[in-house]
Design a protein. Structure first.
Lengths: 295, 318
């Protein structure tokens, strides 16, 4: 299969290059953008408008299945489920945004520092970050919830606590490779400062990896936040979140399956969307890998 | 090999001890005073002082840490604040469901992922391979608690085939125990199966292009037998590394799964202790979980050497 005629190979390469000119090469990316775009749009709209008052209790019509006036039905207190899901997305995306931001900032800095330091420190760094990566955020969140109390802060700290070593570990390898290249040496012989080398030479070159990583972490953060809220450690009333809605729906799962299924579907759509963006970008930014089919 | 084991074991002990310091500090520095949390803000200073006295909270951190760690080595972790149980016996009792859950999921997901991953790698430029990848992608996006609820709706509520809750020890009633673990294990397996499948697929595709695969085909193997006999062993090596990382995810997942299916495991104990502010239980339990994760990592490290002779020889030459 690799024994093909060289002209065919050249032709294949040309078509591959032509196709790569846009996002057309990556249907995953497009699907990911559509899915996340939909969720982000709903979140933005929810700040200004929801079909019903999300906290408007109407005990008379509690647990009404989906119908024309309540698209997603009502919850255990008769609140409109679609409005609840719209508002719940705010907390979910907020937690994901903050924890990814913190993890990215601290993790990239640490990874760059480790890449620039000597071999001995590099080994120590690897060991510590390995332990950090092995510790699940849910465990850290539960430890924090014991003292800080359950709530958004514990969740954000716990997720960031895990993202820092994860990002650092992703950054350190490529950063080391770039530091070993000739243009870095050239910059050093020209007397450029360390900061110049880091920000003008290393950071732009590891940018693609960091962008892919960001989108994957966003997806992970949404999953972790939802799980913690479901366990009662995350969002506390009056704040709501998708996981919290599902926690309330769990005892009623026999009577009202839609009450669990609809918010769950939103979590799946969002996580899938961000993961697809990450995968699609990985293919797009690294054609060498995509040719082998490695995603 | 023996020297590698001693070295890894020593590293594990050091990691566990540093982890214990982190847990200890996290539980004391971040939040409020445990006595105030337990008695409420309206408690009298005398009541607070006597509570602190009885738990030894008035001693210095150094002393508290020392007595905790010596307790860990002697197996005496003290009693819970609520005095309802002795912590070490409680943890030992609750290990059974958690271990059945996590190991059951590992034993199911690894062979399934190997089979699906190899299949999808052999079909990687066809729609079948892409379909497998798409399904794995969706599997990654489903939160465990959601899958658990869907499985309960379908198999427990709609068909009534399997119980949604309840747990009996596998030693007393094996039949009922296995039935009650089917849905929890299925829930926990899905996510890691998806992760493993993607890894097997990726590393298998890389192996398919290696020279030794061409040699095997030239010797008369079919693509499938070459892939299974030669490719799989090489593709399994990165799987071991991911496997080590997935141990933490499995433990985290068992916290969620045990709570949905009300299994009396350590994940459930951890959550109830955290929500009732049982700091002393959370402290020891987190350390136990950390040790489980680290020892699985150690095991994976050794397995790595067994699977890949290149690593084994390189390590022992050092």
């Amino acid at each position: 299969m690799s024994e093909s005629n060289p002209t065919v190979n050249a032709k294949q390469t040309r078509t591959a290059l032509a196709n790569r000119s846009g996002a057309t090469k990556s249907p995953q990316l497009i699907l990911g953008i559509i899915l996340t775009g939909f969720v982000v749009a709903i979140t933005i709209i929810s700040f200004f408008w929801t079909p019903y008052d999300p906290v408007g209790i109407d005990v008379e019509s509690r647990l009404t299945p989906p119908n024309l006036s309540h698209w997603f039905g009502t919850d255990r207190l008769g609140r409109d489920l679609f409005s609840q899901i719209m508002v719940g997305s705010q907390n979910t995306l907020y937690v994901a945004l903050v924890s990814t931001g913190v993890g990215l900032l601290l993790g990239t800095s640490l990874g760059l520092a480790a890449a620039g330091s000597g071999q001995r420190w590099g080994a120590v760094f690897t060991r510590i970050s390995d332990i950090g990566i092995a510790l699940p955020s849910i465990l850290i969140a539960l430890v924090l919830a014991t003292t800080l109390g359950p709530g958004r802060l514990s969740v954000i700290v716990a997720i960031s606590f895990w993202f820092v070593p994860v990002t650092a570990r992703v950054v350190v390898g490529p950063a080391r490779q770039i530091l070993a290249l000739d243009f870095v040496e050239a910059a050093m012989t020209h007397g450029r400062s360390r900061l110049y080398i880091v920000f003008r030479q290393v950071v732009p070159n590891i940018g693609p990896i960091v962008i892919v990583q960001t989108s994957m972490m966003f997806a992970a953060a949404i999953l972790i936040e939802a799980s913690l809220s479901f366990l009662g450690v995350g969002a506390q009333p009056p704040t709501t979140s998708w996981g919290k809605i599902m926690m309330d729906s769990q005892p009623l799962v026999q009577q009202a399956p839609y009450y669990s299924l609809l918010p769950g579907a939103f979590i799946v759509i969002t996580v899938l969307g961000f993961n697809l963006i990450g995968d699609g970008l990985a293919v797009l930014l690294d054609p060498q890998q995509s040719k082998k089919g490695v995603v | 090999m023996f020297r590698v084991f001693i070295k890894s074991f020593a590293l594990m002990v050091v990691s566990a001890l540093s982890g214990s310091v982190v847990i200890f500090i996290l539980l004391r520095s971040v939040g409020g005073d445990i006595a105030t949390v337990m008695l409420g803000t309206k408690a009298t200073p005398e009541a607070l002082a006597s509570l602190r006295e009885s738990f030894g909270l008035n001693r210095s951190w150094f002393e508290q840490y020392g007595s905790w760690i010596s307790g860990v080595f002697s197996g005496n972790l003290g009693e819970a604040y609520s005095k309802q149980y002795v912590i070490s016996t409680e943890i030992v009792q609750r290990l059974e469901p958690t271990l059945i859950l996590t190991f059951g999921s590992l034993f199911i997901s690894i062979p399934v992922a190997l089979a699906i991953g190899v299949y999808s790698a052999m079909n990687f430029q066809r729609w079948r391979g892409a379909a497998v990848d798409g399904i794995a992608q969706v599997g990654l996006a489903i939160p465990q608690f959601f899958l658990a609820l869907v499985l309960v709706i379908v198999f427990a509520v709609h068909f009534g085939w399997l119980p949604a809750t309840g747990y009996v020890s596998i030693f007393t009633e094996p039949g009922t125990a296995i039935r009650s673990m089917v849905l929890p294990i299925a829930t926990l397996s899905l996510g890691i199966t998806a992760v493993f499948t993607r890894f097997v697929r990726t590393s298998m595709i890389e192996q398919m292009n290696e020279d030794y695969m061409r040699t095997a085909k030239a010797k008369g193997y079919t693509v499938r037998s070459a892939a299974i006999i030669h490719g799989l062993r090489n593709a399994a090596i990165p799987l071991v590394t991911t496997g080590a990382l997935q141990i933490g995810a499995l433990i985290a997942g068992s916290v969620v799964v045990e709570n949905v299916f009300t299994l009396p495991g350590i994940g459930r104990l951890l959550l109830t202790s955290a929500l009732t502010r049982e700091a002393i239980t959370v402290q020891s339990l987190s350390l136990v979980i950390l040790i489980i994760i680290l020892s699985m990592n150690l095991f994976m490290d050794l397995l790595y050497g067994i699977l890949d002779p290149r690593i084994r020889h390189k390590e022992s030459r050092k």
